[in-house]
Design a protein around this ligand. Structure first.
Ligand code: DX5
Ligand code: ZN
Length: 219
């Protein structure tokens, strides 16, 4: 079984202190930093773009796990790569040609991830599973932090895990949205090996991010 990794979402961090927040997360044991990029079009919220990510890159060498909730995504992939993303995750609905967007990410020597909204079926990406590094299962409708976990997506993780084992694929399974200390265990049991969390990491236990990262990691 793969080691459980924690990818804190900076969506819940103090935006006036983002550089220091990333340092703090690294010191607290985060395995990577989840950067939620929203365009006010693919999702009803706006966040940050490449210049901010580029500036943040100087604060840490930890992996940047960049979740692009933007459409059309293809023409922006290079900008996020240049800004310092290590993993670039896109939604299949956000590109006209999924294969060419995956190839673009791989050509830039980045890890390629595909994300499935709660209502999006695995069949949408099944042909690409052999070529990618990560599947990001959304356990809320993307757009905002602090939403309620949707347990029905666990079934999708179980199916994905089964395909992965049968075909000996190597992609990571990441879950994102509403993760807390209870459902984290269910997600890991279902087959997820990377947990994204914003609210739980930054707000639980009076914001003790080290403790919260450790609690999420422990089964
Ligand atoms: C939602 C984002 C998530 C979210 C996670 O669109 O992709 O990464 O910020 O935050 P919590 O843990 O608060 O649900
Ligand atoms: Zn995300």
């Amino acid at each position: 079984m793969k080691k459980i990794k924690i990818s804190p979402s900076i969506l819940s961090a103090d935006f006036s202190q983002l550089g220091n927040e990333i340092k703090r997360l690294e010191e607290a044991g985060a395995d990577m930093i989840h950067v939620d990029v929203m365009d006010g079009h693919f999702v009803p919220n706006l966040t940050i773009g490449p210049p901010v990510i580029k500036t943040l890159r100087k604060y840490s060498s930890i992996m940047f796990d960049v979740h692009l909730m933007i459409s059309p995504v293809h023409k922006y992939i290079e900008a996020y790569s240049n800004a310092g993303a290590d993993i670039i995750t896109i939604h299949p609905e956000a590109t006209e040609n999924l294969e060419s967007s995956i190839l673009k990410i791989k050509d830039l020597n980045k890890k390629a991830g595909l994300s499935l909204n709660p209502e999006t079926d695995i069949n949408t990406i099944v042909d690409h599973l052999k070529n990618i590094d990560l599947v990001l299962i959304m356990s809320v409708n993307p757009g905002f932090g602090g939403q309620k976990f949707m347990p029905e997506v666990l079934e999708k993780i179980r199916k994905l895990k089964k395909i992965q084992e049968e075909k000996k694929y190597i992609f990571d399974i990441e879950i994102d949205g509403g993760i807390n200390f209870e459902n984290s265990k269910q997600a890991i049991e279902a087959g997820a090996n990377i947990l994204v969390s914003g609210t739980t990491i930054f707000k639980s236990n009076n914001g003790d991010i080290k403790k919260n990262i450790e609690l999420l990691r422990s089964k």
